[in-house]
Design a protein around this ligand. Structure first.
Ligand SMILES: Cc1cc2nc3c(=O)[nH]c(=O)nc-3n(C[C@H](O)[C@H](O)[C@H](O)COP(=O)(O)OP(=O)(O)OC[C@H]3O[C@@H](n4cnc5c(N)ncnc54)[C@H](O)[C@@H]3O)c2cc1C
Length: 458
C-alpha cells in the first residue's frame, strides 16, 4: 500500500483521499486554508451560509458518483428546480431556455435570424480557428454576437477571437442550433431543469467528503500551506511551516505553475517562463446583505453584456430549503477581473455601489443593502489564449513528469471543470494505482486523455 501526501482539500484532493483510503492507502491531506472545500466551499455572511459564486450539483454527474454524494449527504441533498434568467437585449429570458418564454421575449428579427442560421448551418464556413469562429460555425453568427461573444469577453477579459477553439469545446455542449432546440424541449419539462443542492450550502459536500475521508483513515492538516516539494528517486518530501514530510507519492491539486515554482529539482527556466505566461482570470465576489426576506424569486441571473461588471448574480437562499434567516437575504455578485486591477483593489463600499448601479440599470430592484462583504478568487478561469497554447502544453507536460508527483483537479490541469469532473479525476487516479501501490502511468495518461472531453455545466 502507498503512502500518499495530497496537496489541497478541495473536492479533488478530498475525493482522492477518500477513494485511496478506502483501498487501504495511507493518505495525508495538506490544505493552506482553515476549512475544506477550496473554490467549492461555503462560509457565513450575516448569519447565512453562502458559496463562492453560484454552485450547483448537476444531474450530469456520473450515477455512481452521484450515489456516493447522496450517501454522504443523506436527506440534506435536495432536488431543486432551476429558476434562472439571462439578460438578452435588455430583456430577461428564462434560463434554462423554454420554448414559450423565448417566443414571447425574443425580438422577432433576432428569433428569425437564429432560426435561419440553424437551418443554414451545413452551408456555413466550417473553419474554426478560435472561440468566436467555433461558436459562429456551430450556433450561428447571431448567437455568437448576442450571447457567447460578449459573455466570453467579460469572463476571460480578452476578445473572443483571442481565445482558442478548445475553450468552446470545454464550455459549450451544443454543436448546432438543433442541439439547442433539443435542450429547450428538455428544459420545457420541469423534470428537465432540475439540479441538486445541499440544504446548508454547496460547501457541505466537501465537508462531508472530508469527514468520510477522515473516517476512512485520512489525516487532514488545515492551515498547512506547502511551500516546497523535493522529488527524489524513491520518495517525495514536502515542506509545510518548516516541517518536512516524506511520502512515496504526492498528488497535487494546486495550480500547475505554482507546483512547478516550488518543485526541486527546478524545471528548466524556459518551462518556468512558459508556466508564468499562462493567464488566469480572477474574480471578486461581492455579497450584499439585504434586510428583506427575498430579493427576487430567481436563483441566478446571467448577464452576458460587457456594459455591466457583474457576470452572474445569485441569491443563495433560493437554491435550497434551508435554515436561513427569515427576515433577510444575501446576494452574491460575481465580478470577473484581473488580479491587481481597479476592480480587485476597490473597497467594499465602492463595489457595493457599482453592483447596485448595475442591478438598477438592468431593471432589477434597488437592493438597498445594509452590509457588503468581499471574497477574492485570484485564479478562477484559465484563459485559453491562442498565444499561450504551446506554453499550456509545456506546463502540463512538466507538471505531469515530476518524479512520483501527480498534478490533477481544476487547477492542477488548468481546466474550467465542475466538482463532478474533478471527483471523476480522483477516481481514475486511484484506479491507476497498481496492486503494489505504484502509479500505472499508462493508465493515468489514458485517463488524462478522457478528461479533455469534460464539458462544463453552468
Ligand atoms: C464562480 C464559480 C462557479 C462554479 N460553479 C460550479 C457549479 O455550479 N457546479 C460545480 O460542480 N462546480 C462549479 N464550479 C467549479 C468548482 O468550484 C470546482 O470544480 C472545484 O472547486 C474544483 O476542485 P479542486 O479540488 O480541483 O480545486 P479547488 O477547489 O480550488 O481546491 C484546491 C485547494 O488547494 C488549496 N491550496 C492551494 N495552494 C496550496 C498550497 N500551496 N498548499 C496547500 N493547499 C493549497 C486551496 O486552498 C484549495 O482548497 C464553479 C467555480 C467557480 C469559480
Amino acid at each position: 500500500m502507498a503512502q500518499i501526501g495530497i496537496i489541497g482539500a478541495g473536492p479533488a484532493g478530498l475525493a482522492a483521499a477518500l477513494f485511496a483510503s478506502q483501498k487501504g492507502h495511507d493518505c495525508t491531506v495538506f490544505e493552506s486554508a482553515s476549512n475544506p472545500g477550496g473554490m467549492a466551499a461555503s462560509f457565513v455572511v450575516a448569519g447565512q451560509r453562502v458559496d463562492l459564486g453560484s454552485h450547483r450539483l448537476h444531474p450530469a454527474t456520473e450515477p455512481h458518483l452521484l450515489a456516493l454524494i447522496k450517501q454522504i449527504m443523506g436527506d440534506d441533498l435536495q432536488i431543486r428546480e432551476r429558476n434562472g434568467r439571462i439578460n438578452l437585449r435588455d430583456r430577461w429570458v428564462k434560463f434554462p431556455l423554454r420554448a414559450t418564454d423565448l417566443i414571447k421575449k425574443l425580438p422577432t428579427n433576432v428569433a428569425l435570424r437564429i432560426a435561419g442560421e440553424t437551418l443554414t448551418k451545413p452551408f456555413r464556413n466550417s473553419i474554426e480557428t478560435n472561440f468566436y469562429e467555433s461558436v459562429q460555425h456551430r450556433l450561428g453568427p447571431t448567437v455568437a454576437e448576442e450571447f457567447y461573444g460578449p459573455f466570453a469577453e467579460k469572463l476571460y477579459g480578452v476578445k473572443p477571437h483571442q481565445l482558442s477553439v478548445e475553450i468552446a469545446q470545454r464550455r459549450i455542449a451544443a454543436t448546432s442550433g438543433f442541439d439547442v432546440i433539443r435542450k429547450i424541449a428538455t428544459a420545457t419539462r420541469t423534470s428537465g431543469r432540475v439540479f441538486l443542492y445541499p440544504r446548508c450550502g454547496y460547501g457541505s459536500i466537501s465537508e462531508r467528503l472530508a469527514d468520510a475521508a477522515n473516517e476512512a483513515g485520512t489525516e487532514l492538516c488545515f492551515n498547512s500551506p506547502i511551500t516546497k516539494l523535493q522529488a527524489e528517486k524513491d520518495s517525495v518530501a514536502i515542506t509545510s511551516a518548516g516541517r518536512i514530510f516524506e511520502f512515496e507519492q504526492v498528488w497535487s491539486t494546486i495550480p500547475s505553475p505554482n507546483l512547478l515554482a516550488i518543485a526541486k529539482p527546478s524545471p528548466p527556466s524556459a518551462t518556468l517562463e512558459a508556466a508564468r505566461s499562462l493567464r488566469n482570470r480572477a474574480m471578486v465576489l461581492v455579497y450584499l446583505v439585504i434586510p428583506k426576506p427575498q430579493y427576487t424569486p430567481f436563483d441566478a441571473h446571467y448577464i452576458p453584456t460587457t456594459e455591466t461588471i457583474i457576470s452572474r448574480l445569485s441569491e443563495p437562499k433560493n437554491y435550497r430549503d434551508g435554515p436561513d434567516p427569515s427576515n433577510q437575504t444575501v446576494l452574491c455578485a460575481e465580478v470577473p477581473c484581473w488580479n491587481g486591477d481597479t476592480i480587485w483593489n476597490s473597497s467594499p463600499g465602492e463595489l457595493g455601489g457599482l453592483v447596485s448601479e448595475d442591478l438598477r440599470t438592468m431593471g432589477l430592484p434597488d437592493p438597498q443593502h445594509v452590509h457588503v462583504e468581499l471574497k477574492y478568487l485570484p485564479s478562477v478561469y484559465p484563459v485559453f489564449e491562442h498565444l499561450t497554447s504551446e506554453a499550456r502544453t509545456t506546463t502540463q507536460l512538466a507538471a505531469q513528469s515530476i518524479n512520483r508527483v501527480v498534478s490533477f483537479g481544476r487547477h492542477g490541469l488548468g481546466v474550467p471543470d465542475n466538482l463532478h469532473h474533478v471527483m471523476r479525476m480522483s477516481e481514475h487516479l486511484v484506479n491507476s494505482l497498481s496492486s503494489d501501490g505504484a502509479l500505472d502511468t499508462s493508465k493515468w495518461d489514458e485517463a488524462l486523455g478522457s478528461f479533455t472531453k469534460h464539458v462544463v455545466e453552468d
